[in-house]
Design a binder for this molecule. Structure first.
Ligand code: AMP
Length: 460
């Protein structure tokens, strides 16, 4: 999972792209990067590890600020879906020669990257971002140095999902979304200025103009003068990722016309209807369970209280190595004893993946006097890996894959009961008919996918 940003126009491209990336920080905290093009047709890039403020500090961007004639650029925040914990392959990735150079920033996963690398004779490429950049460049070369034409045929080769921003040495900026429309991507264009961001919330903050979402299969190119809007002729079953609504996107963003926060509150409402429980207080797991807990409280009539406090400055347990997760948990959450002591708690979160977070929270709630803890989860049991851009553990690590029975899951997380939303509940909450639910159902929107082989090809 990652975030992408871009800008072309007469404004200060570096500070505009950096501010968009700051608004997308939740989509990736392992690395950040920015690439800009100058009028003379050269591309310059700065990448670094860590948060935007670290990787793209003024000192690190110093060289870019001193460039003359910047016309636009793209940026990226990284959350690795392949390549391991430490091997952060920061984007944008730059490839090319004197006739054409491109910088690529993408959000998604190219599941078949290893076999594509072999088929195209690229040798051992280090991760799917590198493969995608090389493949796109190769296709563009075949098609008269035309990145738009290359993006039109790219879906023919790819198993997976991508939203992509490409900066070329021509110079122009091109954005595209795969025809399944798995990942969000939006633009804002007026007065010869193009703003690009993974999520609409970032554009609402960074752009003075109205935004619109890029459509599945759509390709948009801007060279500073004319905006070209076209579409890949390759059509696919449109299936945006439901997990963007469940967890990943910001609550103030809109994806396929649906506000994320509103969909999350409705998930909580459906949850309260589907798996009601008695309780004295609804407590959200902050921040991921908050909107669903509001919905649960509304429908159940059980009052909601903030009984758990999150320390936002502690790193993310989810992507930490297993040995670090319990340790990070201890520093990450604080508990309000006065809210919890003697109560029957309804504990609401968006999802349970491995179960580490939930087990630790339930344990602490009991230690400070909770009488009962009933866990309610806004999404269905998470049982299958994602090859379209959400970084999840392999199946063996997923608690709902190992334990099919809900009572067994409740025992494992030490709760009195556990209840999940159904696919129907989730569909109703989001309110659009076509979505990808593969992480819950194992039904991938690709033909003949070898899940075992793919799972093995991903080093996490
Ligand atoms: P776990 O402890 O592995 O069960 O993680 C579950 C917690 O991680 C929940 O609070 C989710 O909000 C959050 N989460 C779910 N999926 C992801 C993901 N792909 N990346 C980071 N965090 C996630």
């Amino acid at each position: 999972m990652c975030g992408i940003a871009g800008y072309m126009g007469s404004g200060n491209a570096i500070s505009i792209i950096t501010s968009i990336l700051l608004e997308l920080q939740h989509r990736g905290q392992e690395a950040a990067g920015i690439a800009v093009a100058t009028r003379d047709g050269s591309i310059h890039r700065v990448v670094g590890k860590g948060l935007v403020v670290e990787a793209l500090s003024y000192e690190n961007l110093y060289l870019l600020y001193n460039l003359d004639g910047i016309v636009g650029g793209i940026g990226h925040v990284r959350y690795s879906t392949s390549g391991g914990y430490l091997d952060s392959q920061a984007q944008p990735i730059v490839v090319g020669d004197n006739s054409l150079k491109i910088a690529v920033a993408f959000n998604g996963t190219i599941a078949n990257y290893a076999s594509l690398a072999k088929a195209f004779g690229f040798g051992n490429v280090n991760g799917d971002a590198k493969l995608l950049s090389m493949l796109l460049y190769r296709l563009a070369k075949e098609l008269g140095n035309d990145v738009v034409e290359a993006l039109k045929i790219l879906p023919m080769y790819v198993v997976g999902g991508y939203s992509i921003a490409v900066l070329t040495s021509e110079p122009r900026v091109v954005v595209a979304k795969d025809p399944h429309g798995f990942r969000p991507l939006s633009i804002s264009f007026a007065n010869n200025e193009l703003y690009i961001a993974s999520e609409t919330a970032a554009l609402e903050i960074a752009s003075p103009y109205p935004w619109r979402e890029v459509l599945p299969g759509e390709i948009i190119s801007f060279d500073g003068r004319s905006l070209e809007q076209t579409k890949s002729p390759i059509s696919r079953f449109v299936s945006p990722c439901v997990f963007e609504y469940v967890y990943f996107s910001r609550p103030d963003s809109v994806f396929n016309g649906v506000n994320i926060y509103v969909s999350r509150v409705r998930m909580g409402e459906e949850l309260a209807k589907e798996v009601p429980t008695n309780g004295d207080v609804v407590i959200p797991v902050p921040d991921s369970g908050r909107a669903a807990a509001i919905g649960f409280s509304k429908v159940s009539g059980i009052p909601i209280e903030e009984g758990i406090v999150v320390n936002k400055y502690v790193g993310r347990g989810f992507i930490a190595p297993p040995t670090m997760r319990d340790f990070i948990f201890r520093f990450k959450y604080g508990f309000v004893k006065d809210v919890v002591n003697g109560k029957r708690i309804v504990l609401v979160d968006d999802s349970i993946v491995r179960g580490t977070t939930m087990r630790n929270i339930v344990r602490r709630l009991r230690e400070i006097g909770a009488r009962e803890v009933h866990v309610r989860v806004a999404s269905p049991p998470f049982r299958y890996p994602c090859f379209m851009g959400i970084d999840v553990a392999s199946r063996d690590e997923l608690i709902a894959w190992r334990l099919m029975d809900l009572d067994d899951i409740a025992r494992a997380i030490e709760a009195d009961s556990v209840g999940y939303n159904s696919i129907q509940g989730l569909r109703k909450a989001v309110g659009i008919p076509l979505l990808c639910y593969a992480c819950f159902t194992g039904l991938y929107p690709f033909r003949g996918l070898d899940v075992d082989a793919l799972e093995k090809s991903f080093v996490r």
